[in-house]
Design a protein around this ligand. Structure first.
Ligand code: UDP
Length: 348
């Protein structure tokens, strides 16, 4: 009988990570994956395009929970996921990262005594005012298999008393980024479409609640981008939440070209060829390093501490980068395969 893995995804970065792991599960053999989409990100630009481009199978269930507050969203997901899990009775529930979909999937499974595997376990910003930090901590504390992207994540878990079932597998996002470069080079026309040449522009994204919830803070971020935009052009794929805010406040940073959210390959190619990345995204901070592009993080703290320590990333509150070096523990592009192997033969 095949091992049954129920994967819960709901937002853009989870579709990207799950695409790599889902492929590894198929290649491993002997594993049946049931993909559940919570519906947190739901339209073509934020969801559909990733399923198509990254060949992620269509979800077996779409729970269509979105556009409500944190509590309501997590509650509705919990209820619906519990129903799906009771019907499917999987051997594992697999969750990714740090969103409401992550915490709802982990909690629903743990209460049904279904073991939880958490990809990107152990990352910490140590700022509990960030919803993502709460989601990470809760998911890690109810998980049986903690699949850590770096050694720092392993150490963070040990500090919280979690040592059983902890594995340093490397970063599955690196698997995706590595595989995307050659594909994007052949297929992406984004530089031609935007009439950009390599190394002459910066890429910016802003969407985190800590920047978009407070109009005064958002105005400061836009003013910072304006200063940069006066020096060299910025391309900004705009998250729907940010677009609404920019429209209502009438704020567009100088020198900045606003574009619709991109598919993964175009985004990878745009980042790969950029001179700099300015972002509050967790994923993009890491991808800037994968593509060896310096990053400024538009937040006061980050869970991607390795990129800061290695000098490829700095917080906007800090003037200088650390001396630049390589990060040796993100893996070699085979982290997704390790996840598949550990689900089949967990080593507790
Ligand atoms: N991304 C994308 N298109 C865009 C903006 C981002 O494909 O227009 C990708 C980006 O390359 C990264 C992921 O989305 O892989 C990051 O997701 P997001 O910033 O939404 O979430 P976070 O990483 O902050 O959780």
């Amino acid at each position: 009988m095949a091992l049954k893995v129920l994967t819960v995804v709901g937002v853009r970065p989870q579709f990207i990570k799950a695409a790599a792991v889902s492929r590894a599960l198929r290649e491993h053999g002997g594993i049946q994956e049931i993909l559940v989409h919570t519906g947190q990100h739901f339209d073509q630009a934020m969801s559909g395009v990733f399923f198509e481009e990254l060949e992620l199978p269509s979800p077996a269930y779409n729970l269509e929970v979105n556009s409500v507050s944190h509590g309501a969203m997590t509650g509705r997901m919990l209820e619906k996921l519990e129903g799906v899990m009771m019907r499917e009775r999987p051997d594992w529930v697999l969750v990714y990262g740090d969103t409401n979909s992550t915490v709802a999937g982990a909690l629903a499974a743990a209460k049904l005594h279904i073991p939880v595997a958490h990809v990107e376990a152990g990352t910490r910003s140590y700022n509990r005012r960030m919803a993502e930090e709460i989601n990470r901590v809760v998911a890690d504390h109810v998980s049986s298999l903690l699949l850590c992207p770096t050694q720092t994540a392993v150490t963070n878990l040990a500090r919280e008393g979690i040592t059983a079932g902890v594995h340093h597998v490397g970063d599955v996002m690196y698997d995706v980024a590595k595989a995307a470069v050659a594909k994007a080079e052949a297929r992406s026309r984004i530089l031609e479409e935007l009439q950009l040449s390599r190394g002459t522009y910066a890429v910016a994204t802003v969407h985190r609640a800590e920047n978009t919830d407070d109009p005064e803070r958002f105005a400061r971020v836009m003013a910072w981008l304006s200063q940069q935009g006066e020096r060299s052009p910025i391309v900004m794929p705009v998250h729907p939440r940010t677009r609404k805010l920019m429209d209502s406040l009438g704020l567009v940073p100088k020198g900045t070209r606003l574009i619709e959210p991109l598919g993964y390959l175009d985004m990878a190619w745009l980042t790969h060829n950029a001179a700099a990345v300015f972002t509050d995204s967790g994923g993009l901070q890491k991808e800037a390093y994968f593509h060896r592009v310096p990053c400024v993080t538009l937040r006061n703290d980050t869970e991607c501490v390795e990129t800061i320590e290695a000098g490829w990333n700095r917080l906007w509150t800090v003037a200088d980068y650390q001396p630049r070096q390589e990060i040796t523990d993100i893996g070699d592009g085979s982290s997704s395969r390790k996840v598949a192997e550990l689900l089949v033969a967990p080593d507790f």
